[in-house]
Design a binder for this molecule. Structure first.
Ligand code: TMP
Length: 211
């Protein structure tokens, strides 16, 4: 049986992750790979309920630590119910956001720093992505791509918050150069897909060569 492959998709709000996740889905289907697609926060009934609480704009008094713990709780449930079992069955798992989002949004954005890593060590229980696509887009550009009326509680944060999130992603990119594959999200949808497609070809080839 093939070894599982865990791919995550990261980036600031408005970077175009959802569009490119559709592309990844069709790309893998064409290759005959039956991948499992999931998202954070969410992906299990309990985690989706937690998502609603976290993103609800009425919860404006949620303290940063409660927010970080809720993301981690949703993650613990998803890892244990979906991600780990699928990887153990040799599947490819593609997750829209994962622990890097907590490190940058709660660690850098909310200023919780290292405590976020500690909480999440428990939540992920050793489950670390093999590859992370980082859709890199400056916060002012990302902001202009999201419709004001559709913004959730996190997207509605001020520009300082989103600047810090972006700074966090740049730090992570430096810290994990082998795992994080940076994609320039400024280009057209087709240009970005082409770049992701080329990277996926390489990743699948490596996977096949080593099994
Ligand atoms: P989404 O818009 O990509 O579905 O993600 C929901 C929001 O939650 C997005 O603004 C990023 C934020 N987020 C965090 O702040 N911390 C996390 O750990 C995750 C997974 C998402």
């Amino acid at each position: 049986m093939k070894k599982g492959l865990f791919i995550t998709m990261e980036g600031p709000d408005g970077a175009g992750k959802s569009t490119q996740l559709h592309f990844i889905k069709s790309f893998l289907e064409e290759k005959g790979e039956k991948a499992i697609f999931t998202r954070e926060p969410g992906g299990t009934p309990i985690s989706e309920k937690i998502r609603k609480i976290i993103l609800d704009k009425n919860n404006s008094d949620m303290v940063p630590m409660a927010e970080a713990l809720l993301y981690a709780a949703a993650r613990a449930q998803l890892v244990s119910q979906v991600i780990k079992p699928a990887l153990e069955r040799g599947k490819i798992v593609v997750c829209d956001r994962f622990v890097d989002s907590s490190i940058v949004y709660q660690g850098y954005g909310r200023g919780l720093g290292e405590s976020v890593n500690v909480i999440n060590d428990y939540a992920v229980a050793g489950c670390i992505p093999d590859i992370t696509f980082l859709m890199k887009l400056a916060p002012d550009l990302g902001k202009s791509r999201i419709k004001t009326e559709n913004k959730d509680r996190i997207e509605s944060e001020n520009s300082d918050f989103h600047e810090n999130v972006y700074r966090g992603y740049i730090e992570l990119e430096k810290r994990y150069p082998d795992r994080i594959v940076t994609i320039d999200a400024k280009g057209t949808i087709e240009e970005v897909s082409r770049e992701i497609g080329a990277q996926l070809e390489r990743i699948l080839k490596n996977r096949n060569d080593f099994q």
